[in-house]
Design a protein around this ligand. Structure first.
Ligand code: MCF
Ligand code: FE
Length: 418
């Protein structure tokens, strides 16, 4: 279908006000027009039209942080007391080895769960030697594949290439400031600058990470390093993880997506704003790993904030509607105005901005890729269309498309048929 029209009771562009009885025209995989059905149908007569009863149309969700590659660990981590206890279990589980078929099958299941909960873009953390990246491409989704780096792979950094295709892009991802020493961080940021690619990192997640970066006694050096036979390393002490990383960015022109950002001081937000850092929150993972909840009041007014489920190693499922609802409930708890609207923003345009891909996706605007979902609803959409989305489930998803191609139609998932 080269050119077609999508119409719904309510179109939510996210970047502008919702449109009652709205329509979107898609041509060559892009949005070429948007407005009220009346106006759009008059301007584009006789186009093939897709219209579902009682429905809302909005940009596809951006799940900005996942570890689909670790989907096989679901239910295998067992009990743990704190973050480093969890890491210890995960490292031990990974060291035990795993069948590649199981990894790939569980990854496909993860992709299916993501698609069925309205996700059209995924920010996936992928180990360097993982052979299954083709599976990500086959999904038809928009993929940012962050190549996970640790100190032991630093020598290979110079030989790394970062592929960039229409729907698939690779970027460096030093795992975290406690697992990557200063030399690797310097090298990665230099490499990102040289290759003009954005980067990502887990940052400000646990209280132990804060202690580690303050050069205080901590569980990483006591428990994790001996387990992975890693020598500790000298680090420039810093009061907070954000300040620590800022020392490596040195005001340079680096696009960095910082994942978690639970341990954030008020002054850190000044660094975030001036360095234009992308912030990716994973609230269900944070609560499960008992590191606290993100402070959303601190982030009010900042636009580069997105949402991720993290992997099934630290979440019970990859249902993005549930992640949005969890975020929404924290917003209500913290007194954030217009919580439903904000939650939908974080799940779409905020996520695209946090990944620095807002030119391509995240909202319904002329020129952007047709990454669009359609959700049905039972009640009145007029009162609060954003709350309609927050209270939806995968069962409400009618269809989903990436670049104008369907990746999901209710009761028939294009990817599942492969
Ligand atoms: O985002 C969560 C929590 N923070 C850090 N790491 C991970 C998360 N989920 C999975 N990980 C992985 C990471 O990708 O844990 C492994 C790495 O492969 C631990 S090895 C130090
Ligand atoms: Fe993670």
């Amino acid at each position: 279908m080269e050119k077609f029209l999508l119409a719904a009771d309510m179109v939510i562009p996210v970047s502008s006000e919702p449109i009652r009885n709205g329509a979107v025209v898609v041509e060559g995989g892009r949005i070429v027009d948007i407005g009220t059905s009346e106006k759009i149908e008059a301007a584009h007569p006789r186009l093939p039209e897709i219209r579902r009863p009682n429905s809302l149309i909005l940009p596809g969700f951006v799940n900005a942080h996942t570890h689909l590659e670790l989907s096989w660990t679901k239910g295998k981590i067992g009990g743990f007391e704190d973050f480093t206890g969890w890491l210890e279990r995960l490292v031990t589980l990974k060291a035990g080895g795993v069948d590649q078929d199981l990894v790939e099958d569980s990854m496909r299941m993860g992709i299916r769960d993501a698609i069925e909960s309205g996700v059209t873009t995924i920010g996936e953390i992928s180990s360097l030697d993982f052979g299954g990246r083709e599976i990500l491409k086959e999904s038809g989704m928009r993929i940012i594949a962050f190549l996970e780096l640790f100190d032991r792979v630093s020598k290979r950094l110079s030989s790394l290439e970062f592929k960039s295709e229409d729907l698939y892009e690779e970027r460096p991802f030093p795992h975290a400031p406690y697992s990557c020493g200063p030399e690797l961080l310097d090298a990665v940021f230099a490499c990102a600058r040289e290759n003009a690619v954005a980067a990502g990192i887990h940052l400000g997640e646990s209280p132990d990470e804060v202690d580690f970066l303050r050069n205080l006694p901590n569980e990483f050096e006591r428990k994790i390093f001996p387990l992975i036979k890693k020598k500790s390393f000298k680090r420039p002490g810093a009061e907070t993880p954000m300040r620590y990383i800022d020392g490596f960015l040195r005001g340079g022109d680096i696009k960095l997506s910082a994942v978690h950002m639970v341990q954030v001081a008020a002054e850190d937000m000044e660094i975030v704003r001036s360095a234009d850092i992308g912030v990716i929150l994973c609230p269900r993972s944070n609560v499960l790993l008992n590191v606290g909840k993100p402070n959303l009041r601190q982030m009010l007014g900042y636009e580069r904030v997105g949402l991720g489920t993290d992997g099934l190693s630290s979440n019970s499922d990859l249902d993005f509607f549930r992640e949005i609802r969890f975020l929404h409930d924290i917003m209500v708890e913290q007194g954030i105005p217009q919580s439903a609207r904000m939650a939908v923003y974080f799940a779409t345009l905020g996520g695209a901005r946090a990944l620095f891909i807002e030119e391509r996706t995240g909202s319904l605007e002329i020129g952007k890729s047709a990454d669009i979902i359609c959700v049905d609803h039972e009640g009145e959409v007029d009162s609060d269309p954003y709350f309609c989305i927050v209270s939806s489930n995968p069962q409400n998803l009618q269809f989903s498309m990436v670049g104008g191609n369907f990746v999901y139609r209710k009761d028939s998932c294009a990817f599942c048929e492969h």
